[in-house]
Design a binder for this molecule. Structure first.
Ligand SMILES: [Zn+2]
Length: 249
């Protein structure tokens, strides 16, 4: 008996949602497919941010509900394959992540790499494409929102930004969104800090949205701000309000 091509497909919420937003969450899950074992890592490492964007899936689910927006959530850990990296990127299947060696990713054969791409990279991006193409066919406009979360510190240095907007050349949505997030004056908002949107590094927004000239935004929520369902709801509502204020929602 041959193994099914897709062992566990990406999650798609509200594929026919009526909202303008199309949400995607590249690093939603820390799941390792059974056939890959634990990649040689203990559970403590698989619970860390190196395996997924902690809290991001919960925020994405709430935003999908608020806007009746399609949401595509990757169902596989970025340690298996990073769905926000180009296929040629050195860290597509990382051998080391934040100081942790990933034994199950070392010395992979070309065939093993191809299997990772076929089973856990392509189905996710096919799912995003299917949602966007179906909307294009119906003449429904789409605004792509890529949801990530970031660690509270990096290399021992605390990150002040509670939420951050990453943009590229087109700032037409980033500017009003940043203004809306900052207006109450109670949160620290990053503008291309700690990360900008880099088409050479990022894959999902460039491939799905920039290629089509869709309005787009990439957002990072700081992980210590969204540790549980209550805080994920609160931040999703805050972000949703800002999106509505700038006419994106
Ligand atoms: Zn991420």
């Amino acid at each position: 008996m041959t193994a099914p091509r897709i062992l566990r497909p990406p999650r798609i919420l509200r594929p026919k949602g009526s909202g303008r937003l199309v949400l995607f969450c590249d690093h939603a899950s820390n799941r390792i497919p059974a056939e890959l074992g634990d990649l040689g890592l203990p559970p403590s490492e698989l619970a860390r941010h190196i395996a997924w964007d902690i809290g991001a899936a919960g925020v994405t689910e709430v935003l999908s509900e608020i806007f009746d927006a399609p949401a595509i959530l990757c169902n596989t850990s970025r340690l298996v394959i990073d769905c926000n990296r180009h296929l040629h990127a050195a860290d597509l299947i990382p051998e080391v992540s934040d100081g942790t060696v990933i034994p199950g990713n070392r010395h992979l054969s070309d065939a093993a790499r191809a299997t990772r791409i076929e089973r856990w990279f392509q189905p996710y991006h096919d799912a995003v494409e299917s949602v966007l193409l179906e909307r294009e066919a119906r003449g429904v406009p789409s605004f792509a929102v890529s949801i990530h979360s970031m660690t509270a510190s990096l290399a021992g240095k605390a990150r002040p930004w509670q939420i951050a907007v990453s943009s590229y050349l087109d700032r037409s949505l980033a500017e009003p969104l940043l203004a809306a997030l900052r207006r109450p004056g109670d949160v620290v908002v990053g503008d291309n800090q700690p990360y900008d949107l880099d088409p050479e590094v990022d894959y999902s927004i460039p491939f799905h949205a920039l290629r089509r000239s869709l309005p787009q935004i990439q957002v990072e929520f700081r992980q210590d701000e969204i540790p549980d369902a209550a805080t994920q709801h609160r931040w999703a509502r805050r972000f949703a309000q800002a999106l509505m204020l700038c006419g994106a929602g």
